[in-house]
Design a protein around this ligand. Structure first.
Ligand code: THU
Length: 160
């Protein structure tokens, strides 16, 4: 037996202006996407934007339903739309914003476990790192690849 420590690296920003211009643009796309959020039950509105390898941006927002489990998170809405409409194009970056009443929270919006698993699948499918930007107006985080937010990914493609 040996004890193992896992460390992750990520970047933290205290304003959007500090970010790389391409990341800023993707965050602004996510903020636009949030306008389409339909969340009458939780009132928590989330927007996501996925950047594809050819520069295409696909937006998504959370869509709720009176039968609660029938709704879907913003991230999966965006990734499934990208997968459905742009098959074969790798997803290279994903930005997420969230807040109550269509506001953008000061703290980062962190994706749920199910969305992380879907990110992992598309990262493997695309064969390129998929970076994840969790944005808040006073604090934002950027992770270089999905592995950093989902260690020990279940990945049936890479079964050894
Ligand atoms: N939600 C997202 O869309 N993405 C997240 O990362 C966290 C949660 C949605 C699901 C639901 O519509 C609402 O936010 C409250 O959980």
């Amino acid at each position: 037996m040996k004890k193992v420590r896992l460390a992750i690296n990520y970047e933290e920003y205290s304003s959007i202006e500090e970010m790389d211009p391409k990341d800023q643009a993707l965050v602004r796309e996510a903020i636009e996407a949030q306008k389409g959020s339909y969340a009458p039950y939780s009132r928590f509105n989330v927007g996501a934007a996925v950047l594809l390898e050819d520069g295409t941006v696909v937006r998504g927002s959370n869509q709720e339903n009176a039968a609660y489990p029938s709704g879907l998170c913003a991230e999966r809405t965006a990734m499934f739309a990208a997968g459905a409409n742009h098959p074969g194009k790798a997803m290279v970056s994903l930005a997420i914003v969230g807040g109550f009443g269509h506001s953008v929270s000061p703290t980062p919006c962190s994706p749920c476990g199910a969305c992380r698993q879907v990110m992992a699948e598309y990262q493997t499918l695309g064969g390129k790192p998929l970076s994840v930007i969790m944005f808040g107006t006073e604090k934002a985080w950027k992770f270089a690849r999905v592995d950093d937010i989902l260690p020990f990914i279940f990945d049936s493609f890479n079964e050894k």
